[in-house]
Design a protein around this ligand. Sequence first.
Ligand SMILES: [Ca+2]
Ligand SMILES: [Ca+2]
Ligand SMILES: [Ca+2]
Length: 236
Amino acid sequence: MELSNEQEGASYQWRSSDNAVASVNEKGLVKALAPGAVTITCTITKNKIIRTCTAEVVVKAAVDEKGFDSQGRMVANFGSPKVDGIIDEVWKDAPVVTPKYVSGNTNTSAVFRALWDDKGLYILVQVKDKNSSAQSRTPYMQDSFELFLDENNDKTRDYGVDDLHFRVNYENTQSIDVGNVERFYTYTKMTADGYVVESRVALKSIPQNGKVLGIELQINDAVGTERVGTIYQQTT
Ligand SMILES: [Ca+2]
Ligand SMILES: [Ca+2]
Ligand SMILES: [Ca+2]
């Protein structure tokens, strides 16, 4: 960090809000240590007058070409997109994840991205699908995005109180299998070759750097009234 307009006779004290993520030395040099977000604060004292200035620093995790970290996990960086179906600049900070599994006979493809902030977890989904359909009366047989969240990552067989299972179709009609609908906010938009889903999931516990959640993301591909295939990613 560099301060402009440094003053004679002033003292400078540097501090990081999380030394496990990034540390700062007495000269303001920041060292990245682990993925996460921190606030670096400089306290300036001169003639008994104290002022502070702060800067946000985001340390990103290294990911492979499919968007996964060294342990095969999806990474959510810190950032606050607006949930409106338009891909904000801040999404550029999120690794693009290509899901590993495809079942059925589908030409549809999708990529996922994740961000988090104090309000919760954000998922952006970009689907390429030439044939959009919400004709079936069964929500999972419509073109839709499905999210399973195991917030405490305890991997129970049955749903725990922290677990969620939400779905939203390409027309932004939600269906809730498990969990409180108020925790799921979505916006969808048609594109030239498919659709976009931007979503926010409110979390039960306050999110923090390094927190690990269990998550499964799925795209249901419908043609007419049938689901012809799924694309999914089971990860943390
Ligand atoms: Ca947006
Ligand atoms: Ca759980
Ligand atoms: Ca389709």
